[in-house]
Design a protein around this ligand. Sequence first.
Ligand SMILES: Cc1ncc(COP(=O)(O)O)c(C=O)c1O
Length: 485
Amino acid sequence: MTEAMIYEYSKKGKRAWSMPQKYENINENDINQWIPKEWQRDKIGLPEVSEPEVVRHFTKLASMNYGIDIGFYPLGSCTMKYNPKINEVVASMDGLKRLHPLQDVETFQGALQMMYELKQFLSEITGMDTIHLYPAAGAHGELAGMMIAKKYFEDIGQGKQRKVMLIPDSAHGTNPASAAMVGFEIVEVKSTPCGQVDVDHLKTLINEEVAGIMLTNPNTAGVFETDIKEMADLLHQNGSILYYDGANMNALLGQARPGDMGFDIIHLNLHKTFSTPHGGGGPGSAPIGVKKYLEPFLPYPDIEKTDNGYSWKEKHEKSIGRIRLAGPNFAVLVKTYAWILTMGAEGLKKASEDAVLNANYIREHLKEIYKDSVACICMHECVLSASSFEKYGVKAKDISKRIIDYGMHPPTNYFPLIIPESLMIEPTESESRQTLDSFIEVMKKIAEEAKTNPELLLNAPHHTPVGRPDEVKAAKDLDVAYIAE
Ligand SMILES: Cc1ncc(COP(=O)(O)O)c(C=O)c1O
């Protein structure tokens, strides 16, 4: 199925709306009377279409899309789990969705209380002393965290000395990007064959220039960093800090806390673990957390409890400043709060247990066929490899394209970079054993096809409107402008 641009349906005079009779014949003079000239927009060239055309156009586009409400979505590192609809309902309640961050605090005490309590829940879940709710994406949280690290070292008179940020070779690209943006030099730490940080290599890199290390645990190979305590001690003895990228927190809820592992600064991706999908195209939210000694450097405003209720706290004495103009992405916070309350402590723990169980179930069934180069028990995601199919001319990407033909979303490909032809599979806790078995069946079938009929994979997908766009051009030379004739 394909679909035309909405402009291609456009004909002068078609309308999807009507006005009361008295406004039907308005002219320019009337408009000038009602709307001052300087507020009027020039003609912006909207399409002129009928209501059925609008409805059909967008319904067709929606049906061409793929989402978690349609089927299995094991996109590693993105935690594309099913998020209960009730949380969307709660977040769009009138009393919540019509709030404005700049309205008088007396008029939204309930919202402030909710955010204040959410900070405490997230503190408890992560083991951090204080949480700040403002950052709008994982990368934004990292940037704020790196700014805090920089400011802290400047404050203790080591700003010039502490110029290096250590980052494992398996890290997500946003980690080195965030650290570099605040002026740290990046030094790469090698991984072991099991995908963990190579502690012997780390030891050779630690010196008085090291400001800290950025780690995610479980790491991007889906493996828990069992040496984390030793690493934390080594870095702390050196006066360095540990930053925790909480993108993989779905493996750890109620099981282990970054604060207890020795991390000093963290971020969480609420738009993964806490009832908002990552990659959903909507706003994200990535609160950061710090240990007590870093609290003065947190961004402002924050929320405080006073004798008269709740209020904005405008300034911390050594704050890195304001990181967003208005408030946090409030709807995501509401969904998080609702989800935590519904799940309860036991429910959160169970969610992570099931996420880990599901990933290991898939790994056990597929590891012989899709060479498991990491070869360790995984946490909430497993990283398999398609490298044994290269002899048939088939790559990870071709396997993924063929998965689409079977009505499922492919896993993440080519990340982490340290694993050749990687297929990173994150089933999440919300999938049934039946769904996992169907996926395993599909992966086995595709492995057979790769041997007997590789062309089938090389030309896949066979039923989508767009099959194989030039991915480099699509990213680097994107042209979405439509010029109406
Ligand atoms: C390990 C890891 N770190 C950081 C990020 C960045 O998060 P965001 O996309 O919200 O900026 C991601 C995103 O997928 C990730 O997987």
